[in-house]
Design a protein around this ligand. Structure first.
Ligand SMILES: [Zn+2]
Length: 226
């Protein structure tokens, strides 16, 4: 598809073939993938999408827009900008890189509308975490139980495991107190992230807060003894 200020695309927000209007001020050339990133807005639902364009000949955003075919502009991909979920925990405190990477991928999945994938990645993140903690056991349930973390945190991780199972298995359902099945993938995915965020905050952030807080005379002496 050639560059134009209006594009006709299937809208990932309202699921209709729609006209999109460019947001010219948002046009940037990304130095990471060397593509032009341009936001557009759906004229039917006002949903925002990001588009990525490749060019044959290097050009600035101004040149790109002033000569729609002159630089070999071609639309590569477009996707919805849907989520804005951010963790409260400082990700740098999650010292195990594999755990941190999985958590970040779970967040990206959620923010791009991939709820099942989000739940799978959240589950994967806790399994990485259990491996890091030298957990033992044949399955994730046993691994969580084998760690020295508090009962409350274990309960939280079991819930994330359940959401992961729901994301992975079409026949693994979740219910309310009365036993009615709940079908809310978006809500489940969000809870997965919030529970995981809470776990990491407890497990990593409290240690860091305590470590960086002022010390008493007695605490200084105890530290020297260690
Ligand atoms: Zn739309």
């Amino acid at each position: 598809m050639l560059y134009s200020k209006t594009l006709s695309l299937n809208c990932p927000h309202c699921d209709t073939k729609c006209q999109f209007v460019v947001v010219e001020q948002g046009h940037q050339k990304c130095i990471n993938d060397d593509k032009h990133h341009i936001p557009y807005i759906c004229t039917n639902c006002n949903g925002l999408i990001a588009t990525k364009w490749t060019v044959h000949n290097n050009c600035s955003p101004d040149e790109f827009r002033s000569s729609p075919g002159g630089y070999g502009q071609r639309l590569d991909i477009y996707y919805p900008i849907v989520g804005d979920w951010k963790p409260r925990v400082n990700l740098q405190l999650i010292t195990n890189e594999k755990v941190r990477t999985d958590f970040k991928e779970a967040i990206s999945c959620y923010n791009n509308g991939f709820n099942n994938a989000c739940m799978l990645m959240a589950r994967r993140s806790i399994q990485q975490e259990m491996i890091d903690k030298k957990a033992t056991g044949k399955n994730l349930y046993q691994q969580i139980e084998s760690t020295g973390i508090s009962e409350k945190l274990k309960a939280l991780l079991h819930k994330i495991k359940n959401f992961g199972n729901n994301g992975a298995h079409p026949d693994f359902c979740l219910f309310d107190e009365e036993g009615n099945e709940i079908i809310d993938k978006h809500g489940f995915a969000k809870l997965s992230l919030e529970f995981l965020d809470r776990y990491f905050a407890n497990e990593y952030e409290i240690d860091s807060l305590v470590e960086s807080a002022p010390r008493s005379h007695k605490e200084l002496e105890e530290k020297e003894d260690k």
